[in-house]
Ligand binder design. Structure first.
Ligand code: PLP
Length: 425
């Protein structure tokens, strides 16, 4: 493997991975010429595959014109075009688009806009944002305060405002049937209980990943859950935020995962698959009424230097055009179905695969000691690292995480690009 002996870079942990040379379609090559199948699209990012010529050409055209225009000095054509495209794809009424450069920035933007909306609409006591445990909403302190992932949050607890959490609907762990509407109601009603305990007038918003990502491993909500949480939020005048950072951009088979349940949030955030790894980009899309109220009070007190970068927006627009012209939503659904079937098939051979779950090409499997009790594998086994290494040495990249809030258990996300063919599965 082409690894570096010495590096001045540092990330979350020591990294001795191969040095990337180039990537095309669903494959990546290291500097020694070893080929890897990108089985997780990086971190569920490279949805349309690597080095898509249409996107690269759009970026080249934009680079020849301008690569930066500060948003307080200039509007840019790519940002305008992309905003209207995103507004057209978003649920009715969500027409206002605010660009950022990543998922954490998008989440920060959403909670700050929500807070300003509460002030603008004469509800200054509302500031708490309810989220779920486990969940992942980003690594900046505001987004981290909403994140239910103990191993990532604990060191920073004294620096963050504690926010209320409700259990994520992990029916597979709790021995409940996710297809039973009673199960969906059971978990959704925990939101109402939390609202009543905290005091409805203190709650600003509830944030939810429609299909869970890194923390719960492709957790699909039980029947009726998404609809019921929408009802509860409306009943108590609480803003519903869909965190579609991982799901937005088509991976589940719809451009936004929320579309599977026909429910519209008040604010939604996306990143990752939005520019599909070509250049950093994210967005918060908010209901007109929210933005109009905040603008009427003097404007949104928030913004990042690189927001609405014309190069990033030209890439984002070209990515969406590729999703549409190549029919990639349908491919994600069809190929996801084939892949899921094959993963479920592996359960017959490997009793330590406790669960296979997900939707479209956002799929995961979880390793357990005992499928009946869903007891995790012993930590000492370090299955997490072991399986990733085995996959690497066989030319496959998968995405692994500790599950159950980062406390125990191992799950692996299997999320190849949406251009994957049945033969490649
Ligand atoms: N929200 C969700 C659901 C995510 O999956 C992620 C990243 O994995 C984030 C937010 C944070 O995004 P970023 O890493 O781009 O800041």
């Amino acid at each position: 493997m082409g690894t570096l002996k010495k590096s001045h870079l540092f990330y979350q942990s020591q990294n001795h991975r191969p040095v990337l040379d180039q990537a095309r379609g669903i494959y990546m090559w290291d500097v020694d010429g070893e080929r890897y199948l990108d089985g997780s699209s990086g971190a569920m990012v490279c949805n349309i595959g690597h080095s898509n010529e249409y996107v690269l050409e759009a970026m080249r055209r934009q680079m020849d014109k301008s690569t930066f225009g500060y948003r307080l000095h200039f509007e840019t054509e790519p940002a305008e075009l992309l905003a209207s495209k995103v507004a057209a794809l978003s649920p009715e009424g969500l027409d206002k688009v605010f660009f950022v450069s990543g998922g954490s920035e998008a989440v920060e933007s959403a909670i700050k806009l929500a807070r300003q909306y509460a002030l603008a609409s004469g509800q200054p006591k509302r500031w708490k944002v309810i989220s779920r445990f486990p969940s992942y909403h980003g690594c900046t302190l505001g987004a981290l305060a909403l994140t239910g992932y103990t191993s990532l949050t604990k060191p920073f607890d004294p620096m963050m405002q504690a926010m209320p959490k409700i259990p994520a609907p992990t029916a597979y762990l709790d021995g409940l049937n996710p297809d039973d509407p009673e199960t969906g109601r059971h978990y959704a009603d925990m939101l109402e209980t939390c609202i009543l305990e905290e005091g409805p007038d203190s709650i600003l918003a509830f944030i939810v990943e429609p299909v869970g990502g890194a923390s719960t491993g492709a957790l699909v909500p039980p029947v009726g859950y998404m609809e019921r949480i929408r009802e509860i939020c409306s009943q108590y005048n609480i803003l519903l935020i869909h965190d579609e950072v991982m799901t937005g951009g088509g991976r589940t088979g719809q451009f936004f995962a929320g579309e599977h349940w026909g429910v519209a949030p008040d604010i939604l955030v996306l990143s990752k698959g939005f520019s599909a790894g070509y250049v950093p980009l994210g967005a918060m899309i908010a209901h007109n009424d929210i933005v109009d109220a905040v603008m009427a009070e003097g404007g949104f007190l928030h913004g990042f230097t690189y927001a609405g970068n014309p190069l990033a927006c030209s890439a984002g627009l070209a990515v969406i055009e590729q999703i549409e012209t190549q029919g990639l939503l349908k491919n994600a659904e069809d190929i996801g179905g084939v892949l899921k079937h094959r993963l479920v098939g592996l359960m017959d051979r490997y009793p330590f695969i406790g669960d296979v779950r997900g939707m479209g090409l956002l799929l995961a499997f979880e390793l357990v000691s005992d499928r009946n009790t869903m007891r995790p594998l012993p930590k000492e086994l370090a299955a997490f690292d072991l399986l990733v290494d085995i996959a690497y040495s066989n030319g496959l990249i998968i995405y692994s995480r500790r599950t159950r809030g980062g406390l125990e258990g191992d799950h692996f996300l299997v999320c190849p690009p949406m251009i994957t063919t049945e033969a490649q599965v």
